[in-house]
Design a protein around this ligand. Structure first.
Ligand code: IMP
Ligand code: MG
Length: 192
């Protein structure tokens, strides 16, 4: 039986546009933090964006990484699986996320970071999926307002795939649920 037809992936932002966003946000973060900033990346989805963003920050910057377990809807909580490895008390922090969807992860991490009594605490995200927000959350720096679709590429994954694509794509979430490798041939065959 032939596979059911699936909408092809659509390019939401290509490498040049993503680079321009990193430059714009890096300049904004630098202007707002003249004395320096600590960028706290959320593993793993932020690493590609963080790497580009950090190189456009012109004030002294420290890089830190945290990771959380996927949000457990049934238990109504998540937990830190990789914590900061030093105190960031008194520092100006920017939490850098690949995507803010419901906001549960970012809200949890903001509360976790606030425990350290930083001098300031802001949120930066590559993609802001505002339509899906459950918790109100102030996102100070967002590269893209994302549509209510599943996004892959430029650090964002489905089941570990697609993070190393140079562009950010919208994909069919139910097609990915059927076959996580559905877009591999299409998206890794070309160069974007
Ligand atoms: P939250 O719903 O804001 O807590 O987001 C939880 C996490 O789900 C994000 O950090 C991502 O890891 C993942 N996620 C949510 N939407 C997408 C998407 O469109 N593409 C890839 N990962 C996503
Ligand atoms: Mg993921």
């Amino acid at each position: 039986m032939p596979a059911p037809s699936v909408a092809p992936p659509e390019l939401l932002a290509g490498p040049d546009e993503l680079e321009a966003h990193a430059r714009t946000l890096g300049a904004a973060i630098s202007a707002d933090h003249p004395d320096g900033v600590t960028l706290v990346g959320v593993l793993k989805g932020s690493v590609v964006f963080l790497s580009d963003l950090a190189r456009h920050v012109t004030v002294p910057a420290r890089l830190e990484l945290v990771a959380v377990a996927p949000y457990d809807g049934a238990a109504g909580r998540t937990r830190v699986v990789k914590d900061l490895d030093r105190s960031v008390s008194g520092e100006h922090l920017v939490l850098v996320s690949g995507i803010v969807d419901t906001g549960l992860t970012a809200d949890f991490l903001l509360r976790h970071l606030a425990d350290q009594e930083p001098a300031s605490l802001r949120v930066c995200t590559l993609a802001d999926k505002r339509a899906r927000r459950i918790l109100p959350l102030t996102v100070h720096y967002a590269a893209l307002d994302a549509p209510d679709a599943f996004l892959i590429g430029y650090g964002l994954d489905y089941a570990g795939r697609y993070r190393n694509l140079r562009g950010l794509w919208t994909a069919d979430g139910s097609a990915l649920a059927d076959d996580p490798d559905r877009y591999v041939a299409q998206l890794h065959g070309g160069r974007t």
